[in-house]
Design a protein around this ligand. Structure first.
Ligand code: COA
Length: 379
């Protein structure tokens, strides 16, 4: 029997039409279209449809998707009083898992002429947006009532308002939309794999998304952008990016927002997000955003140089989380909600993978080799 490397990096276990990551060339396509073509050009409702149905939605399909998402946000918000203290978890991701456990999906199967699987996806996506806003209301803005979703608003505009607590401006909604689309799906990443494992057991969509939330929370996956900002704050105090990075590496720490399992060049989504930050900066005339961006570039360059010197065999470049941190901060999202905002985007990809797994996959059940007295984790 072949014993795979413990990170399964060489294992291809499924075929998918949802996304393709070319790590050597630094290219990402979503439903067959380059991420640069989609992000910034289409709202998340459009790309969610594209993922599920493999074709652009008509104006009517787009409107129905938007309406179903808005109603899902409102339905989830209406349930928050019944959730008791479930949304008071110190970590927003735990609150989301607790909240989703109270969503009843069969009620909405096939809602408004949409396919049942897509309708369930929209219900989960709406709930993640509404519960993120409710969590922010309780933890990040204590004493203030949670903001009620606006079921008529486009998803990104409403999500921006729910998580930041600030009115959505003309520049904010497109910037958040660009983010949601850029990170909506990304090959067989850890949270998507977790969702597919659960789906492969014939469990329900909510359970699959719950497992994915748990995987996304980790700082080697979706938990990195908060620590990226902590690092930028620390470098701003130190005043010397190269010195700070060298000291962190000599303490054996990893530089958050750098390196990737698949990319060997700069993550193409970092470029897309940097572009969105620049648009936001121009629209707001914000000197704060410009200063942050310039600090980020300095830290990226210092980290890249230090990591290249340490690992000449393995290029470690900026990943999506690096510029996610700058963009979400510029959008007024509290850093404790960065990973939840990532989940608000990736949920569409998770659901589409759950659908694929259910239709084309089989029970995922690898094997292990028993080795008496092996050190923990050894293959
Ligand atoms: N900072 C410092 N060193 C890093 C590093 C980073 N960000 N990323 C990788 N390395 C080093 C590792 O320490 C390891 O060195 P070693 O062989 O001397 O022990 C080597 O590069 C290979 O790392 P490995 O853990 O095998 O790579 P991976 O493919 O399993 O990890 C990540 C990929 C993303 C988990 C890793 O790059 C990382 O931890 N990045 C920081 C967290 C982050 O930004 N996560 C978001 C990902 S989108």
């Amino acid at each position: 029997m072949t014993i795979r490397a413990s990170g399964l990096e060489d294992l291809v276990f499924a075929t998918t039409r949802l996304s393709d990551v070319d790590g050597a060339a630094g290219k990402l396509s979503i439903a067959g279209r380059a991420v640069e073509e989609l992000a910034g050009a289409y709202p998340i409702e459009h790309v969610a449809w594209l993922l599920f149905y493999g074709a652009d939605p008509t104006a009517d399909e787009l409107a129905r998707t938007r309406r179903a998402l808005g109603q899902a946000r409102a339905r989830a918000h209406a349930r928050t009083p019944a959730l008791g203290d479930a949304l008071d978890a110190p970590d927003a991701m735990d609150a989301l898992r607790a909240g989703l456990a109270h969503i009843t999906l069969p009620e909405v199967a096939g809602h408004d002429g949409l396919g049942a699987a897509f309708a369930r996806c929209l219900e989960l996506a709406g709930a993640i947006a509404a519960f993120s806003g409710a969590w922010a209301g309780r933890r990040a803005r204590p004493g203030l009532a949670p903001i009620a979703p606006d079921p008529e608003a486009p998803h990104a505009a409403d999500l921006a308002r729910l998580v930041s607590g600030e009115p959505t401006t003309d520049a904010r909604a497109p910037a958040l939309d660009a983010y949601l689309v850029a990170v909506v799906d990304h090959g067989m990443n850890a949270s998507t794999f977790a969702a597919r494992v659960v789906a492969s057991t014939a469990s329900d969509d909510g359970s699959a998304v719950g497992a994915a939330l748990g995987a996304l929370k980790g700082r080697l996956h979706g938990g990195a952008p908060g620590p990226v900002l902590d690092m930028l704050d620390a470098v701003a105090v130190d005043g010397d990016a190269a010195r700070w990075v060298a000291a962190a590496l000599s303490r054996g720490e990893r530089i958050m927002g750098m390196g990737h399992r698949v990319y060997r060049v700069r993550d193409p989504r970092a470029e897309v997000l940097e572009r969105a930050v620049r648009l936001l900066e121009r629209a707001s005339g914000g000197a704060g955003v410009a200063a942050r961006l310039s600090l980020a570039r300095d830290v990226e360059a210092a980290a890249e140089a230090a990591l290249a010197a340490r690992h000449p065999e393995r290029p470690l470049r900026a990943n999506v989380e690096f510029y996610t941190a700058i963009l979400l901060e510029a959008l007024g999202v509290p850093r404790e909600l960065f990973t939840a905002t990532f989940a608000a985007a990736r949920v569409f990809g998770w659901c589409a993978h759950v659908y694929e797994q259910r239709h084309a996959g089989k029970l995922i059940r690898p094997q292990s080799r028993f080795v008496a007295h092996a050190p923990l984790g050894a293959a």
